[in-house]
Design a protein. Structure first.
Length: 231
C-alpha cells in the first residue's frame, strides 16, 4: 500500500511548522508519519475565548470530509452518523504493538480530565478509532479491541474495505504504509502511520488537533475549554 502523496492547499500566510513528527515505538516500533500533512493546512484565526496554554483554536483548510465505513457491530456509518455531537478521532490498527494502545489510553485520560472541568460538555464527545488495516481489522476484531482496559468507555471502532479506509485516511491527511519488521514475514506486517488526535465539532468540521504523544491533562483542559465555547 503506497503512502498518500496529496498536498493540502497552501495557506496565504503559512506558519512555520514541523516537517514531520516521528515517534520511536517501543518493542517492534511503529514509525509515525505525516503530521506535517495536517500542520501545513493550518491558518491562524482569532480565538473567541481564553484557552489553556498549548491549546490552539485554528481555522483549517480541507481536513476531514465524507467517509463510508462500518462500526464494530458491522453497521454502516458515515460522517453524517456523528453530526450533532463532537467527536475525537484517531487512526490506528488493532495489531499495533504500542503506539495505538498508548494513544487510546491517552484519549481516555484526556476525556476524563475534560469531564472534571465545571461547565464542560465533554460527555457529549464520541471517541472514534478508525482502522488503517482493513485486511485484518474486521468488525469483530475492532469490537474486541475497543473493549481493552484503559480505553474510552464509549469508544467506537470503524473499519471497511481497503478503498473505504484509503478514502477516510486521505480526507484526514493521514499517511500510512505497511512495514515488515526485521526478521518477520509478510503476514506479520505493521502499519507506519500518522499519529494525531482530531477533535471534530458538532457540524463535522475540524476544531483542532493534538499531535503525537500529547499531555493528557493539557489535552483534556483544551477539550473542556473548546466544549464550553460551543464545540
Amino acid at each position: 500500500m503506497s503512502m498518500p502523496t496529496e498536498t493540502p492547499p497552501p495557506a496565504q500566510k503559512p506558519m512555520p511548522v514541523p516537517r514531520m513528527i516521528a515517534l520511536g515505538a517501543l518493542g517492534l516500533g511503529v514509525v509515525v508519519l505525516g503530521a506535517a500533512l495536517v500542520q501545513r493546512a493550518i491558518q491562524p484565526k482569532a480565538e473567541t475565548a481564553a484557552l489553556p496554554e498549548g491549546c490552539n483554536a485554528r481555522a483549517f483548510a480541507e481536513i476531514g470530509g465524507p467517509f463510508s465505513l462500518v462500526n464494530q457491530d458491522n453497521v454502516a456509518v458515515t460522517e453524517k452518523t456523528f453530526l450533532g455531537k463532537p467527536a475525537l478521532i484517531y487512526f490506528g490498527f488493532t495489531y499495533c504493538p504500542d503506539i495505538c494502545p498508548l494513544s487510546m489510553q491517552t484519549m481516555a485520560l484526556a476525556l476524563d480530565e475534560a469531564k472534571k472541568v465545571p461547565g464542560s460538555k465533554a460527555n457529549d464527545i464520541q471517541p472514534l478509532l478508525i482502522s488503517l488495516d482493513p485486511e485484518r481489522d474486521s468488525p469483530a476484531a475492532m469490537k474486541a479491541y475497543i473493549a481493552s482496559a484503559g480505553f474510552p468507555a464509549n469508544l467506537q471502532g470503524l473499519t471497511g474495505t481497503v478503498a473505504q479506509v484509503q478514502a477516510a485516511a486521505k480526507a484526514y491527511k493521514v499517511g500510512y504504509r505497511k512495514s515488515i519488521p526485521e526478521g518477520g514475514s509478510a503476514k506479520d506486517y505493521l502499519i507506519d502511520h500518522t499519529s494525531i488526535f482530531y477533535l471534530i465539532n458538532r457540524q463535522g468540521k475540524l476544531a483542532t488537533f493534538f499531535s503525537a504523544d500529547p499531555d493528557p491533562k493539557m489535552m483534556g483542559q483544551c477539550i473542556a475549554a473548546l466544549s464550553k465555547n460551543g464545540l
